[in-house]
Write a protein that binds this ligand. Structure first.
Ligand code: 48F
Length: 270
């Protein structure tokens, strides 16, 4: 019979609290905060962490993956147009070519591999945490304001729970159609957002990758958030654009991080 080691309650609680606190201390100041752990955010996190950057994903849900678990219409087959399958190759996701240039993978398999790839690369993940606002320093986004997701579900009478903030050199909005972080700037009249257009698969993905990048100093967008910001057509249940957009935003973030612009510390005097 299996016999487990004797470990009591206080040891387990100590392990959880000290483990979480240690990790959280490391993300209070990071190179890049990625808001949203869908396909574009996960690819960006994997790329940036692989390049040695200190990266954290804040995800409002308990689970990561966003829309990448289910292809479309609650059917869990993901489609990817070439060259999106090259990202599936990199993370070891099996797929079949259903037509020349159109590939199909199983959602749960692809999504779990992508989550694992981001974690394996060293990205830190804080889930059940919602980004509510941005930190601003002299015309730059310089971090995000966060709170536990369940706080938003509490009755109004007991929701006076102040958030906390973390600082980062760059923030990436990977929150999908809602472009939550960009909208924090829209509300202040700092950025204009067009709203995503109707579905047009063959136009959407090239345009999305092309427009991926900076929206405001310190803030970049990837994935469907880009379509929302720039009024690009939506692409529905095909994911190559999300994966390649994640790569592109990581390249752009790396260029900024390595440009020397953050070498003088602090960037902005308080
Ligand atoms: O929506 P989502 O999968 O974003 P994406 O990477 O991919 C879009 C596709 O899934 C699909 C599509 C393309 O074929 O049209 O929709 O652009 O993932 C967005 C993630 O962001 C989280 C949300 O829970 C989801 O996991 N999120 C949204 N708002 C917040 C957030 C927030 N305020 N704070 C933290 N996470």
């Amino acid at each position: 019979m299996t016999k487990f080691d004797h470990i009591d309650e206080k040891q387990i609680t100590r392990a959880i609290v000290s483990g979480f606190t240690k990790e959280f201390m490391e993300i209070i100041e990071s190179d890049v905060v990625i808001v949203g752990g869908g396909p574009s955010g996960l690819v960006a996190a994997k790329e940036l962490a692989s390049a040695g950057k200190n990266v954290v994903i804040f995800e409002a849900n308990n689970y990561l993956g966003g829309g990448f678990w289910i292809g479309g219409y609650l059917m869990n087959k993901l489609t990817v147009r070439a060259p999106g399958q090259t990202v599936l190759d990199e993370i070891g996701v099996p797929y079949e070519e259903v037509e020349p240039g159109l590939f199909m993978a199983n959602g749960p398999h692809a999504c779990s591999k992508l989550v694992a790839a981001a974690c394996d690369a060293g990205a830190k993940i804080i889930n059940m945490t919602k980004v509510d606002d941005v930190v601003m320093r002299e015309g730059r986004v310089a971090g995000v304001v966060i709170n536990w997701t369940p706080v938003g579900a509490l009755p109004r009478a007991i929701t006076c729970v102040d958030p906390v903030a973390v600082e980062s050199k760059l923030v990436i909005d990977a929150t999908g159609h809602d472009a939550i972080v960009v909208n924090c700037l829209v509300e202040r009249g700092l950025v204009d957002v067009k709203g995503f257009g109707g579905m047009w698969v063959s136009r959407s993905e090239d345009a999305l990758v092309e427009h991926t990048g900076e929206v405001y100093p310190g803030l970049l967008a990837t994935g469907m958030a880009v379509a929302t910001v720039h009024g690009l057509p939506r692409m529905g249940p095909t994911f190559g654009g999300m994966l390649i957009s994640g790569k592109r935003v990581a390249e752009q973030a790396l260029m900024q991080l390595e440009s020397g612009m953050f070498d003088i510390e602090p960037l902005v005097q308080v």
